[in-house]
Design a protein around this ligand. Structure first.
Ligand code: SF4
Length: 333
């Protein structure tokens, strides 16, 4: 039997922001290479975690998949269709099927609308539930689905806590009956106890509705809990991608090892044997990334070759529990 194709397939995408100089005769003098050749795929019902420090390009990657940012190169295929260059009208059905969950989903929403109206609004835009009574009823059902009381539909967003707001944001996204949720740091602004509740809610909704997640976070502990596979980004590139257990138990890239060194692992046997690597300094600018391996100025294992030769992401032959390999971009892996 043929394996089912991935729901989302991203191939070599680049998002470069040009830098111009001059007022009248503007000329491009450079480009910020926020995303610079990123490839990955996500199967139906799977969760891919995308991790890295602030500024590594993970949120930009999410916005590019949503087509809210233009790609400079590469292709994005969703459910078998190349959506990279679709015009606005052709993109419309895909816009409904791919939804984003933000860290603070209500910064841009009208505070004068009730929560019920906020959840019903996308149903009107996408003509999902034409009748008003049916929309109101569905909005209340969605509130119950995300663990809130139905009568909260009549209240306003400022009356809710951060965790409740995130539940409402999820209900609003679910109103569009999506297939893929791009979750951009959805719990990083919440208390730790609330974070666990929201992550559990994501998992519950995934098993109920077969949702697929691209879960973006800087917190490796959160990503571990929810992801099937994890991709680690550094300065616009993926440096390692592997199944959850393979990545956490046997990280191969020095950057992944450094990120994990900052996270406590409850198993004392693994804790005693795993490498503890600390990286120095700040992430270099994406305007002028280092030559060779982009990580070499901070890498404690760098050799001469690393300064001149860029490592490619290649399968190390270690299968991991997903059977889809562990790929690493490092000369020494
Ligand atoms: Fe470090 Fe060299 Fe590997 Fe880059 S290629 S991660 S600099 S050892």
């Amino acid at each position: 039997m043929q394996p089912e194709p991935p729901l989302l397939s991203v191939d070599g995408i680049k998002v470069h922001f040009p830098i111009f100089k001059g007022v009248l005769a503007r000329r491009q003098v450079g480009a910020v290479k926020a995303v610079d050749g990123v490839s990955f795929s996500v199967d139906r019902g799977e969760t891919l975690g995308l991790v890295g420090e602030s500024g590594c390009g993970k949120s930009t990657t999410g916005l590019a998949v949503l087509r809210m940012l233009a790609t400079t190169a590469g292709t994005i295929r969703f459910d078998g269709t190349d959506i990279t260059r679709l015009n606005r009208a052709a993109l419309r059905p895909f816009r409904r099927r791919i939804q984003m969950i933000y860290q603070d989903p209500f910064g841009a929403l009208d505070p004068r609308m009730t929560v019920g109206q906020l959840i019903a609004e996308p149903m009107i835009v996408h003509n999902i539930e034409p009748g008003r009574a049916a929309r109101d009823s569905k909005a209340r059902d969605l509130l119950a689905m995300v663990g809130l009381r139905q009568d909260m539909a009549d209240r306003y967003i400022h009356e809710f806590s951060g965790g409740q707001r995130q539940r409402i944001g999820i209900a609003r996204a679910l109103a569009m009956q999506p297939d893929l949720l791009i979750c951009d740091e959805p719990v990083s602004a919440l208390d730790v106890s609330i974070q666990a509740q929201i992550v559990n809610l994501f998992q519950d909704l995934q098993s109920r509705f077969g949702l697929t997640y691209l879960f973006i976070a800087h917190d490796l502990a959160v990503v571990r809990h929810i992801s099937d596979r994890i991709a680690v980004m550094y300065l616009g590139r993926i440096v390692e991608i592997a199944g959850r257990e393979a990545l956490y138990d046997h990280p191969q890239h020095p950057y992944t090892q450094a990120l994990l060194a900052a996270v406590a692992i409850p198993d004392p046997d693994i804790e005693a044997t795993r490498p503890h690597i600390a990286v120095q300094g700040e992430v270099p600018s994406a305007l002028n990334p280092p030559g060779g391996c982009r990580f070499h100025p901070r890498c404690p294992r760098a050799v001469d070759r690393c300064k001149t030769e860029e490592p490619v992401l290649r399968d190390t032959g270690r299968g991991g529990e997903t059977g889809r390999g562990q790929s690493v971009a490092c000369h020494l892996a």
